[in-house]
Design a protein around this ligand. Structure first.
Ligand code: ADP
Ligand code: MG
Ligand code: MG
Length: 248
């Protein structure tokens, strides 16, 4: 079944139509790429899904429940996760402490990160599992400030994993990542599939998108032009004309 369903989403801000009649069903476990020229409405769509913005028309269903009017934290508790911005890392805390905070936010058991853990609590265990999943286990004791940029992106994804989301929204995970670091981060994103997680990913690097996704959704001027396999989308004349003058 569709773990995420958008029905006729519209968004008007002032006189501007930002989103127009966007309907999209995402089956559980799918990796969906979201592409489109700059300003197409991709980030705004993620904001509508996560509750940062309420649509002026249409509905958002998460796991069969109508969450259209629910606040961000209720959707997060229902299993919706977004990557943290790098600025949300605590630079002076270690990698492990950052991920443990995310795990504690998920379980609702906030304990001080400054105490000396005598026993391995559930949050620490979840944090170590998440760090292993992104390949940062050996950096657990490093201050987050000491990480390279690519490692910080991995840390953000580990924090997301620690919150045990069913549906993950990644908005341009390769932004600012050196091309040499992209293969490793691509593998981390591929690994998010394990455990049946559903991933929606906005990304401009088409080689990254095409190497990862099951289907691609194409946005243009706030509308969904096409949702199809990568091959079908790239061969679609409507999609090609939307990208005229832009690199596909
Ligand atoms: P994308 O992520 O595809 O590059 P965005 O979703 O960021 O596009 O933006 C889509 C359009 O909506 C842009 O024209 C942007 O200027 C506009 N927009 C987004 N948020 C707002 C807002 N809060 N107020 C007015 N315009 C907005
Ligand atoms: Mg943009
Ligand atoms: Mg954007």
């Amino acid at each position: 079944h569709a773990v995420l369903a958008l029905e006729h989403i519209g968004l008007r801000i002032g006189g501007a139509r930002i989103l127009e009649d966007v309907s999209l069903q995402v089956p559980a476990g799918e990796m969906l790429g979201v592409i489109g020229p700059n300003g197409a409405g991709k980030t705004t769509l993620f904001n509508v899904i996560s509750g940062v913005v309420r649509p002026t028309e249409g509905t958002v269903h998460l796991d069969g429940r109508d969450v259209t009017q629910q606040p961000i934290h209720r959707r997060a508790a229902a299993g919706l996760g977004r990557t943290f911005q790098t600025s949300s890392l605590f630079p002076a805390l270690t990698v492990l402490e950052n991920v443990r905070l995310a795990a504690q936010a998920h379980t609702g058991h906030a304990t001080s990160v400054f105490r000396t853990p005598r026993r391995t609590d559930a949050a620490t265990a979840a944090a170590r599992t998440a760090l292993a999943e992104v390949g940062l286990a050996d950096r657990a004791g490093t201050a987050a400030a000491g990480l390279a940029h690519g490692e910080k992106r991995k840390l953000e994804i580990a924090m997301l994993i620690a919150m045990d989301p069913k549906v993950i929204l990644l908005d341009e995970p390769m932004a600012g990542v050196a091309s040499g670091d992209m293969p490793a981060i691509t593998e981390v994103i591929r690994g998010l599939h394990r455990g049946g997680r559903t991933v929606l990913m906005v990304e401009h690097h088409m080689e990254v998108v095409l190497g990862l996704v099951d289907r691609v959704a194409v946005m243009h001027h706030g509308e969904l032009l096409a949702v199809d396999t990568p091959e079908a989308v790239m061969a679609n004349p409507t999609v090609q004309s939307a990208y005229l003058g832009e690199p596909v």
